[in-house]
Structures are given as C-alpha cells and as structure tokens.
Design a protein around this ligand. Sequence first.
Ligand code: FAD
Ligand code: SF4
Length: 331
Amino acid sequence: MKAFAYVNAANQQEALAALSTATRGRRLPLAGGTDLLGLMKDYVAEPDVLVNVKNLPAGIAVPAQGLAVIGAAATLTDVADHAALAKTYPALTDAARGVGTPQIRNVGTVGGNLMQRPRCWYFRNEEFHCLKKGGARCFAVEGENQYHAIFGDGPCHIVHPSSLAPPLIAYNARIKVAGPQGEREIEAGTFFLMPDRNMFGETVLEPTELVTEVVIPTPRNVSAATYEVKFKQSHDWSIVTASVALRMSGGGGGVVESARVVLGAVAPVPWRSLPAEQMLKGKRVDEAVAWQAAEAALADARPMSGNGYKVQVAKTALRRAIMKATGAKVV
Ligand SMILES: Cc1cc2nc3c(=O)[nH]c(=O)nc-3n(C[C@H](O)[C@H](O)[C@H](O)COP(=O)(O)OP(=O)(O)OC[C@H]3O[C@@H](n4cnc5c(N)ncnc54)[C@H](O)[C@@H]3O)c2cc1C
Ligand code: SF4
C-alpha cells in the first residue's frame, strides 16, 4: 500500500474542509474502509490523503409522517436491525441484511455502500489498465464476463455493486450531498451515472463533496420487496437483485396504481425497468402478471459472451420480488 496522510475529521465541517482541495483519487473519504482499503492494498486506489468520515451523521429517524432520514455514517447493521425502518421500508432492510457478512455490515456504512467502486476483476487488478483507469480497452469484452452487465452496451460493462441502491430508487429516495458550494439533494435514480457520462467514477458526486444523508418519503399504499439471487451460502455480492415498490389503488381490490421496478447487478447503474412498470400498472398481480413484467423487463437485455444465464436469473428474481411484495410466500 502506498503511504498516505490521514485527517481525523471530528465532524462534517472538518471533513469537508479537508476535502475542499480534493481532485479525483488524490484525497478520499474513508468510512468503514471495507471497500477502499482493499483497493489501496491492491494499488488500484493510491490516495495521498484519507479523510475520516465516520463522524458524519449516523442517526436513523423514521417519523410516522414525512421523510425517513438515514445518516451516511449509519452502518449496514444499523439499517438491517432498525425495527421502524423494517416496518415501513422492508425492501431496504432486506437488502441491508443480504450484504456480505455480519463483520462487513458492522463497519460498512450507507455512504460507503452507495459510493463503493465496481467489483470487475480487471478493474480490481493493478495489471489491467482498462478504460476505467484511463486505458484503451475493456478487457471484459473478450475476457471473463460472467458477472458483468446485460444492459447498457458499454463501453465499460461493470455492474453497480450497491445492494442498497435498488430499493432506495424503488422508494424514490433522495441523496443529500454537501460540498464547498453548500448542500444539494439528488434523486437516487439520477445519482448514478453510466460510463459514457462518468468513466472514472459511478456517480454525480464531485471529489470535494460528501454524501451526508439519505431521505426517503413515507410510502402510501405501497407494497415493496427485494429479492436477491446469490451463490448458495455465499457472502459475495448478488448475481442479480430486484426491488419493487407497488403503489396500490386506494379503492381496494389489489390493483397496482403505479410501480417502480429496479434491477441490481445487471448494468453499470441500478437499472430501472420502465417496461415492467408499465406492464404492472392497472393490473391485479398474480403469477402470470409477475412473469409478464419479468419478460418485459428483460426483453431488451443484451448479454455478453459469458453471462447469458443472467437474463433468466433476473427474470426469476424480479418475478419473486413482485410476488413477495404482494405478500406471497416465495422461496
Ligand atoms: C466480502 C464482502 C462482501 C460484500 N458484499 C456486498 C454486498 O452483497 N452488497 C453490497 O452492496 N456491498 C457488499 N460489500 C461492500 C460493502 O458493503 C461496502 O464496501 C460497504 O458498504 C462500504 O462502506 P464502507 O463504509 O466500508 O466504505 P469505504 O470502504 O470506507 O468507502 C467506499 C468508497 O466510498 C467513499 N465514501 C465513503 N463514505 C463516503 C461519503 N459519506 N461520501 C462520499 N464518499 C464516501 C470512499 O472514498 C470509497 O471510495 C461487500 C464487501 C466485502 C468485503
Ligand atoms: S468492465 Fe469496465 S472496469 Fe471492467 S475491464 Fe471493462 S472497462 Fe474496465
């Protein structure tokens, strides 16, 4: 690991001050370190300065009305174990429970989860100078791509690794960000950027900015769920994950008024499926409708040479997430 200086910021203000002159990759926030330290040990990240951001807001508040607020420094365990959060936002707490191992969840933070870098094995290996590191080619195109994207058409074919992002987008959350120019709020659905808009990062965040909080509107008449497919008993990232939030019509009868459908680990950003949302709208959900929505969601998938299997896995994950949201028991 390359030598670095460490700024132990006591609060958000000190952290922002320490990052105010940051340029890409040279000064980096350090939260739980479960992602960043691995990158540094592999010489993929080589910052000159690390700034402790564990003293950013870490509380979780879930009022009966209004916005739920989750501090960026809340750990994944804080999210997974929060009873009020689980009652109102089960698709989010389920996703948090599925992350890694208890040890990872105990130190990994919400801010770090949204900002974690891709798991592409070429990106993580210092020997491969790929597009994402300023090189001339994507090694996954002709190489090993069984966990890569099935949507997006490149030129970089990563999948976004965050488990929290799909349910946050399904719940229409906003990401609060602070920087030298003050604070701004960004819809979770527009926070992540495709590689053609940001090859060297995955979000809209500037190097001088920090994620400070996530705010989520109170869902009204919404049934939501997350379903993820992993290798059996694995603590690894999901092969595919699906989050759905179904707003049911007020008149009863189980008809979907509107839906938000987000797939994870299928594209460089959490992948919102408008065709599936359209398919669900106005329907009474049963197995057949859930399958139709899953077929619609994957109709435009363009798998690479080694990941065609993910199309069927994604259909199954989405069908099960939809059925789970209706209260059906799924395996
Ligand atoms: C074995 C293993 C399994 C895992 N499985 C999963 C999984 O299934 N799903 C999943 O989603 N993740 C998984 N992870 C990743 C883990 O969840 C994330 O690494 C963790 O949430 C990151 O949080 P952190 O606080 O440790 O971030 P750090 O490692 O400290 O930081 C990660 C990145 O975010 C930046 N950063 C941190 N906080 C902020 C902030 N507030 N504002 C701006 N930038 C910030 C850092 O500069 C760095 O670039 C796994 C990790 C491991 C090691
Ligand atoms: S998928 Fe992206 S990160 Fe991976 S080798 Fe290709 S360009 Fe690099």
